[in-house]
Write a protein that binds this ligand. Structure first.
Ligand code: DQA
Length: 152
């Protein structure tokens, strides 16, 4: 019997100041801009045969609306930026739509200022990847695809 599998759909969401990647504190966040990271994610998506959509916003309410609008998606790859440490509202949006989420960070949030080591988002994610620069996103996408493709 042939089993037809629906394509996995993943939403990528970047929060505040990540539109400035490349020029923003390159010693911390690297020299690649967001388009170049998204292009590489798109290549992985094409290789893996999945659908991927990209969003970036500097405002909390917009990020919440984006999460709501993607509630039918199979996965959420999110770098909430500084909202990682403060936004109960983004955390509640992820729980509300019951989407499988992976949190990613370019920098190692655990080796920086103390306030960055606390994530209010991580508890509603299947995992957090932090400290690998742009490669954190690639690892995060592969982790989501792996998680959604196996029986669980
Ligand atoms: C970040 C880490 C956050 O603490 C910071 O506010 C960011 C970027 C990262 O990707 O390393 O904006 O999410």
């Amino acid at each position: 019997m042939i089993r037809l599998r629906r394509k996995i759909r993943i939403a990528v969401v970047n929060g505040p100041n990540l539109n400035l990647l490349g020029e923003r504190e390159p010693s911390v966040y690297g020299s690649r801009d967001l388009n170049s990271i998204n292009d590489e994610l798109m290549e992985i998506a094409a290789e893996e045969g999945i659908d991927i959509v990209f969003h970036q916003s500097n405002s909390e309410g917009d990020i919440i609306d984006i999460i709501h609008a993607n509630r039918g998606a199979d996965g959420l790859l999110i770098n909430p930026g500084a909202y990682t440490h403060t936004s109960i509202a983004i955390r509640d949006a992820i729980s509300a739509v019951r989407i499988t989420a992976v949190e990613v960070h370019l920098s190692n949030v655990h080796s920086r200022e103390e306030f960055r080591s606390k994530s209010v988002i991580a508890p509603v994610c299947i995992g957090q990847i932090s400290g690998f620069g742009a490669y954190s996103y690639m690892l995060g996408l592969r982790a989501l695809i792996h998680f959604k493709s196996r029986d669980n």
